[in-house]
Write a new protein. Structure first.
Length: 579
């Protein structure tokens, strides 16, 4: 404030009330208004004002008690406070069809030549400002319940961000007592999957309603439910104890509760017991005796049309449409919980939520993915396994998380799930030195000095980067711009099927020899260090990059990375990643 305070009126752009907001909101304002051209992508909901204006600061409530044209116009840069011929502003604002930014509009309260009446005129009181800055997303207008062919993996309800719980809303939490693999003589030596858990509402155990023709929801005042998720590893590519998950089984809790789940999705539910816990056993899924790392979790639901998430519908501020469109209600996403099964050793610990949420506030909401339902960093590895590929890119957690956060540093844009031909992860600005691995990783895990991380190296799986067929012809593939430049995308070349485990039958299908893969350490390093020279260095030292699986397996493990980059070596990972 000594330099960027109000006394610097000769340069209002440098005044902290304008500059600081515009730095953090740079990607969402008119490029002409960016502070020194900075187009920063803020990693959580910008309306979570207390993230910076902390309540324990002596004047931390200035953001709502001292409104001004300078402060408010820093983010709302489309509002014209003087005489204007533009249309009157609306909420939400009208967006330009090309840029996606709000169009210019005139201040609802008319001409505002000074700030003296902003806060005491009855318009922008502290209560009203706080209300307008609630970090709650509106329902996605392109959700599948509203739009035919719309997005099935988004929110049709209002969605609270950054751990915010709106006034009157219930806070749901999950608790797991145990996860087990239980005997079933019908499938021996395979076993069934079982989890014992409870839900709590504002700290009180939830007792589920009894399903009937008139009672169709588990909890009064809510629709939907969480899912039960199990992840484990089974032998793959001759590796009997893979270091990462490669098999899953899941069930939608509501379908177990009301008995609508049949076949491989079937299960039984008992409870509550004297401690308030329910037990679900998946009678249509199984796990082989060779499985390792069995872990069970609760939460994870986000598929609108088949597994809609738990949504509160009895709040007047967030009305729920019951006419069949199923719009509205409020999602305060409960944090996913998980537990390693009895008798099993869990996957090595690498990341923790607290580190992710230092930047994100709460994973999954603004930037939004999985409708905020998959919000636990350690269990991203449940789904984002080494064998998962998308558009010719690795989608395993070892690769895609690094590649997203390194978006602006990469040589080749990471177009995995790109929104358009020009909008991809190249706009991501990591808000810390990119080589400060401890921002996300637990100490000693990223450089293999942790004993569990080092012990996992021999059992790390190959990373699948290409399976199936790809077509870069826009006439055939509207998402052509998501394709990796490293694959042949002629619509003919078929790389074959990836590895899979069928939890209904307990059978494993090994990946086709024609699938393309990367070797494990090359996977991680090339996510950030992807220049041609860097990739050539990896390949010259035994790394495999978009190589045919059969050739890699025939050659055996040839990566020599640890000789120079292992713990205590001349170019140890920990040493060369000092910020």
């Amino acid at each position: 404030i000594m330099c960027h305070g109000p006394q610097r009126t000769q340069n209002l752009d440098a005044d902290s009330r304008r500059a600081f907001h515009r730095v953090h909101y740079g990607s969402k304002i008119d490029p002409a208004n960016r502070f020194h051209g900075l187009a920063v992508t803020y990693p959580q909901d910008i309306r979570n004002c207390t993230q910076c204006h902390a309540s324990n600061a002596a004047q931390g409530d200035q953001w709502k008690k001292n409104p001004s044209r300078l402060a408010c116009g820093s983010c709302h840069d489309y509002v014209e406070f003087g005489t204007s011929t533009a249309p009157t502003c609306t909420d939400p604002p009208t967006l330009d069809s090309t840029s996606g930014l709000p169009v210019k509009c005139k201040h609802v309260g008319g001409v505002q030549n000074d700030d003296t009446t902003c806060g005491n005129s009855g318009c922008h009181t502290d209560t009203k400002i706080a209300d307008k800055h609630q970090p709650v997303l509106r329902p996605d207008p392109n959700n599948a319940w509203l739009v035919s062919g719309g997005n099935t993996r988004t929110n049709a309800a209002w969605l609270a961000a950054a751990g915010y719980v709106p006034t009157g809303a219930a806070k749901i939490t999950y608790e797991i007592d145990s996860v087990k693999a239980v005997d079933d003589s019908a499938i021996a030596p395979n076993k069934r999957l079982q989890i014992t858990f409870k839900l709590k509402k504002d700290g009180t155990d939830v007792v589920f309603q009894t399903a009937s023709s008139t009672v169709t929801e588990m909890i009064q005042g809510f629709v939907g439910s969480p899912s039960i998720y199990f992840a484990f590893a089974v032998p793959q590519d001759g590796n009997n104890k893979p270091a990462d998950f490669n098999a899953t089984a899941n069930a939608y809790l509501k379908s177990i509760w009301d008995g609508s789940a049949t076949g491989s999705s079937a299960g039984t539910m008992t409870g509550p017991d004297t401690n308030g816990f329910y037990t679900v056993t998946l009678t249509g899924r199984q796990i082989p005796p060779t499985a390792t790392m069995l872990t069970g979790g609760l939460g994870y639901t986000y598929q609108l049309t088949t597994t809609p998430p738990l949504t509160q519908i009895d709040l007047a501020a967030y009305p729920y449409d019951t006419n069949g469109k199923k719009q509205g209600g409020l999602i305060v996403a409960a944090l996913n919980v998980w537990k390693v099964a009895d008798g099993f050793t869990g996957r090595r610990a690498i990341v923790e939520n607290a580190r992710c949420n230092n930047c994100h506030g709460q994973l999954g909401v603004t930037p939004s993915y999985h409708a905020g339902q998959r919000n636990d960093a350690p269990t991203c590895s449940f789904c984002h396994v080494p064998d998962r590929a998308s558009s010719g890119w690795a989608a395993g957690s070892r690769y895609f998380i690094h590649a997203i956060h390194a978006g602006r540093k990469r040589f080749t844009p990471y177009t995995f799930h790109a929104a358009s031909a020009t909008a991809n992860f190249s706009e991501v600005e990591f808000p810390s030195p990119l080589n400060d691995c401890k921002v996300c990783h637990l100490p000693n895990t990223y450089d293999f000095t942790a004993s569990a991380s080092l012990a996992a190296v021999p059992n790390l799986q190959l990373t699948t980067v290409a399976n199936g067929t790809y077509d870069s012809n826009p006439a055939n593939n509207s998402s052509y711009y998501t394709l990796s430049p490293y694959v042949i995308a002629d619509g003919v070349t078929n790389y074959g099927a990836r590895f899979s485990y069928n939890s209904a039958t307990g059978s494993t299908t090994q990946a086709a020899s024609s699938t393309l893969v990367m070797s494990p350490i090359t996977t991680v390093c090339s996510a950030c260090h992807d220049t041609p020279s860097a990739i050539m260095h990896m390949k010259n030292n035994g790394g495999q990059f978009y190589a045919q699986r059969s050739a890699v397996l025939a050659a055996g493990q040839t990566e020599g990375c640890m000789l120079c980059h292992g713990p205590g070596r001349i170019a140890a990972i920990g040493a060369v990643h000092q910020q």
